[in-house]
Ligand binder design. Sequence first.
Ligand code: ADP
Ligand code: MG
Length: 343
Amino acid sequence: MKFSLLSFISNDIAIDLGTANTLVFVRGRGIQVNEPSLVAVRRLDQKIVAFGTEAREMLGRTPGEITTIRPLRDGVIADFELAEEMIRYFIRRVQANRFMRPTVVIGIPSGITEVEKRAVRDSAEHAGAREVFLVEEPMAAAIGMGLPVHEPVGSMVVDVGGGTTEIAVISLSGIVTSISIRIAGDEMNDSIIQYLKRKYNLLIGEKSAEIIKMKIGSVPPYKEKAGMKVKGRDLVKGIPKTIEINSIEIQEALDEPVSSIVEAVRLTLEKTPPELSADILDRGIMLTGGGALLHGLDAKLREVTNLPVNVAEDPLTCVVRGTGEIIENISKFQKVLNRSKLY
Ligand code: ADP
Ligand code: MG
């Protein structure tokens, strides 16, 4: 990006408020924050001690005294107060000039309620925003991927995040059909935990489950085999033990959440108006969000829908690049913002 006076004085920001990760883009400067949506709280008096990456690092170091909370778990705002504090913290962190009130564009899950939208908007306003625009995440993701959102052609986006999977068909600057389910990456982790408990009487934590998923997780028809050692606690003997697991077992473990995601995609296709279905038949489905990185998910969707399925480039940053593009050129996206109708 070229250095300009604008980038020096601009405070305007775009946010992807994800259930797992929060990313912040500053106009003229690009992505400045990419951290887990996490708050560390002291157990004793419930005082907030850290946010984001710092909160995650704190967890291991002072076990017992500090607990970490994900205020947006499951795609909804589970804890309004903490969510507000977190939004405020991330906004303040990138503000170069406290006296100039920024315009803020925020990507929000398409399934959230009016009350939750209000809460997101209020938090940004309390943090000093002059004007707040909310954009549904699938729309932001589509913009981030460079899809022709303003044109009269249908594009389908499947965004598999931490707490929610959002599926949307976009055309003429608006979301025509969408489904949001609360089954995504977290649910996959949970399925791995349950599977190892059932099969091996082994208890592992959420973090270990996520590592297993990222390392050897896949969906059939993906065939490449892999294995790894997993440490946990034996539920019968109560002592630590290590076992060896393989990718076939993890495919079994992930069957349920993956099936739910595939089913939701099928349902959305069913609900799509026929003229747009024809576009999707030609142009296919764009897969994004961290879950898009799960090996074989694209092939599975291809198999079930018979449509072309493509994984977006850098799926973890699509939404923030989309909201970023909006903040760089608000007037170009006026229609998208009006359609998102959040006032
Ligand atoms: P959100 O938008 O809800 O914050 P993200 O799009 O940031 O979610 O994606 C986070 C999810 O993606 C997490 O559940 C994480 O485990 C999952 N994820 C990240 N990388 C991979 C990977 N390589 N394979 C499978 N899942 C992944
Ligand atoms: Mg997301």
